[in-house]
Write a new protein. Structure first.
Length: 127
């Protein structure tokens, strides 16, 4: 793992150390991405239990979000009116839990339920 590579870097020639540092960076990036995905999935499952429908969406670039930080998970939830306050409370709980890990949660809405419609482009609906 990473600790083994660090030890090897310290005892290697500068050329080999350079490549080992690159390998270490790659391993660290993979570990961070794995952890972010775990946090995202865990959060999604918590929110999903409080919603009627749930979708995982594509990540949006900074130009769309107008934020300085990267979006690491994007999802939409169809929440029954009588569950909204419980849902918001769950969002606040996760904000607190993951704040020290550098994660932030944005809860917006209500929005029209576009994420939950299955309209095909270019096909006419008959009925």
């Amino acid at each position: 793992g990473i600790l083994k590579i660090e030890k090897e870097i310290n005892s290697s020639s500068s050329g080999k150390a350079y490549f080992l540092k690159k390998k270490k960076e790659e391993l660290m990036k993979e570990a961070v991405n794995k952890r972010i995905n775990e946090y995202g999935q865990e959060s999604f499952e918590i929110f999903k239990r409080l919603s009627c429908e749930a979708r995982i969406n594509k990540l949006l670039p900074k130009e769309v979000t107008e934020r300085e930080d990267d979006m690491v998970f994007n999802s939409a939830f169809l929440v029954d009116r009588d569950k909204v306050s419980e849902f918001i409370h769950a969002v606040d709980d996760l904000k607190t839990r993951y704040n020290d890990k550098g994660l932030n949660f944005d809860c917006t809405g209500p929005w029209p339920p576009y994420n939950f419609c299955n309209l095909s482009k270019g096909k006419e609906q008959s009925g």
